[in-house]
Design a protein around this ligand. Sequence first.
Ligand code: 0RA
Length: 641
Amino acid sequence: MSNAKRASGASYEADSIQVLEGLEAVRRRPAMYIGSTGPRGLHHLIWEVVDNAVDEAMAGSCTRIDVTLLADGGVRVRDNGRGIPVAKHKKTGEPAVTTVMTTLHAGGKFDSDAYQVSGGLHGVGVSVVNALSMRTEVQVVRDGFLWTQDFEYGVPTAKLKKGKPMKRSGTQVTFWADPEIFEETTEYSAKTVVNRLREMAFLTKGLEIRFRDERGEQPVEQAFKYSGGIVDFVKHLNASREPIHSKVAYFEQSSDEGEIAVALQWTSGYTETILSFANNINTHEGGTHEEGFRTSLTRAINDFARSRNVLKEKDSNLQGEDVREGLTAIISARVRQPQFEGQTKTKLGNTEIKSFVTRAMNQALPEWLEKNPGDARRIVDKAAQAAKARAAARQARDLTRRKSLLESAGLPGKLSDCSSKDPDLSELFIVEGDSAGGSAKQARNSEFQAILPIRGKIINVEKNRLARVLQNNEIQSLITAIGTGIGDEMDVTKARYKKIIILTDADVDGAHIRTLLLTFFFRHMPDVIEQGYVYIAQPPLYSAKIGTKTTWIQNDDDLDRFKAENEGRKINIQRFKGLGEMNADELWDTTMDPDARTLLRVELEEQFSAEETFSTLMGNDVEARRLFIQQNAKDVRFLDA
Ligand code: 0RA
């Protein structure tokens, strides 16, 4: 049923055609507003309302948020903020709350000073939640009274009602997602909600967020409140680790560009856990705030190491990865007009933020190191050890490489292996199609890059028994080439490559093959994903030629930018349809050269259980599938920075 049709039955105010058009647009293309209509999009409804409440907290007007999953499938979000204004809205002549609930993009605050989330999928406004719900009830306490209004499919069923006198203020939004939009499921995952609420509480110091799940036999409750904010976040992440200094380092600074807060603590382990956020959005793909932080950190630790003679004059600098070994850090930036870029719009693009963060950290980090010389010494010693270990590992690898050069029997015929036998250095490109495989083979650096062409669609491991799967030639080659074995017997330390790179065309078929491969890895070689060995190559979509100079362009946004930058010049733009259209040199320059390429690392998201994710992935929803692949990929360009 169309929105307009529903409105004629449900609305007292079907005259507001503009409203209907806005809501109709949301209902027609929900994925444009909330990313997908799968589980991720469904949960997005909750985030949208909670984000608004958290904005109130950041404005200093809200101390508590309650999120309840109701037994009947609805969600209630209540806050003690200022309450959505109820006075007449100048433009629409109706109560502001009605406008906020029914007008696209009017959902945000009216003041422009706030650090609002724009771009990305957040910040689209509560009207989107309303439009995609079969029913919504809003209660506002403001100006001394309770105010209520109900909606169906985004359309008011009656005017805003003034209720009894009430003190204080706040907003309560209760909504029931429309199962005709969320066809796959309207069931929320408590785990997903709890994780996000906890994260929000960490990021908003002092804010109390309570969760209640009333869907089971017994209600389940959890409350989050962290007076230490991101310092507590770091402690939480390090709870099962062994810190090498007791106090979490914390820095914050604000300026015209925005605000930055960083908390960090090193542990005796080897993993690096750096989580970054911009306006409370997890910037999985990193960006300028993270870059600025990394640059400063490497520099500060090196400077300190030199000043204390841990590094002698002849020693080369500690590398970023040495410095970050065992580090747990949270970077939280607030930016007035955030630009979210990247495959999943989770990469902060504001260039002014990089220099702002670098400036702030270049001052704060050395100060902290000087003030805490004992801690600083342990940190620097650890980094120096990491650097030594790195050098020693390389030597050991070189030895084994020479030894095992002779032992390459039993490998699949289609594999063009690399000469290196050192997994740390070796890369396996799994390439779609024989012709692209041929180009890749020509293009590669055969020292460390192996090529395995995959022909056609590989078998769907979700839909076939293992025995059958194992008869498949492509799968056999894959298993032998990688060397870990599969299932219970898999031994990830036997991996012959620590980069397994999927290189497929940037079209639907390519995406499908990539999905099949990822599913195979997930089901039968989960450790290679967990270890972070699996990557997705990023061949360019366009080449742009000005005179004799060719620029490779990854996506439409970049293309627009390039056009704008070169206005007035004659540009010859070519869109690649597939890998086959690129010659070997082009493939090397754009996609395979470690110095120039961008790889996306595939990571399983913690928020959704893996089972859930893969059922989405292998369902029929192509949109949701594409989202998984992109959203679980991490831009690894900066890992080496
Ligand atoms: C518009 C303006 C103001 C607040 C809000 C909307 C608001 C929206 C939501 C959604 C959930 N909880 C909310 N709380 C507030 C600013 C109000 C003012 O300036 O007084």
